[in-house]
Ligand binder design. Sequence first.
Ligand code: MF3
Ligand code: CO
Ligand code: CO
Length: 291
Amino acid sequence: MKLGRNDACWCGSGRKYKSCHMTMDSRVEQLLHQYRGMLAPPREIIKTPEQIDGIRRAGEINTMVLDTVSEHVKEGVSTGELNRIVEERTKELGGICASLDYEGYPKSVCTSINEVVCHGIPDDRRILKSGDIVNIDCTTIVDGYYGDASRMYMIGKVSEARQKLVRVTKECLDEAVTIAQPWTALGDFGYAINKRATDNGYSVVREIGGHGVGLDFHEDPWVPHIGTPHTGMILVPGMTITIEPMINMGKADIFTDSEDGWTVYTEDNQPSAQWEYTILITKDGNEILSK
Ligand code: MF3
Ligand code: CO
Ligand code: CO
């Protein structure tokens, strides 16, 4: 049944449809007619103002946890120690580490070094050494809401080639965030990430992507870091997603450690880098909720 202009909006705000989500719905309809490859976002993934406030707070605390761990990421420190720092700081700030026990994941943060693409498991025996590049991926739950972000760190003296990989991967994320405006589609920034990566001789991991986030760890939509312009789900105000490109220096192929079931490696053993933000799509752009 089509809602009338004066009916109550489907979002539960209590406001009339015409002064709430009616304009959004018609804009989506118009885009679906204009671009055959676009998809409408399901209503369930559009957050309410109250939910947005909660996700913003979780994102801020997640950023604060990363800020604290950043001070300790140095040559000679073990990834196991970084895991303890994340746990302690998260608790101090009133949060919960989302990764611990998530689908059986054994630690509170992911620490992915060099040829590890993502989901590296912290270990007291793995000491950071000069030349390493490491991603620290942290997700925090606060009052039931989620914030998710990751950063790269360069340890000691890092080769020019690895420094460039880290820099270009950050540029891929930054460019994607610039593009991720309302009324664009996921394929618009996916295309830009892939173009920038391949223009630099790199490749983009395909099997693992970003995701909706906020009320749960991984929600719809799945967010690929490759794409075709004007295709994929339309971004609309109130969506909260992560963008988290994994860029490989060599080939795109990856595999998962069969012993631990988590650690993802590049098939060709070449380094990989990743940066992740949680963002909110707003009526005139976006807001970075965690970085
Ligand atoms: N934080 C990761 C992401 O960005 C997911 C890690 S799942 C874990 O989606 F279980 F490995 F922690
Ligand atoms: Co993450
Ligand atoms: Co994520």
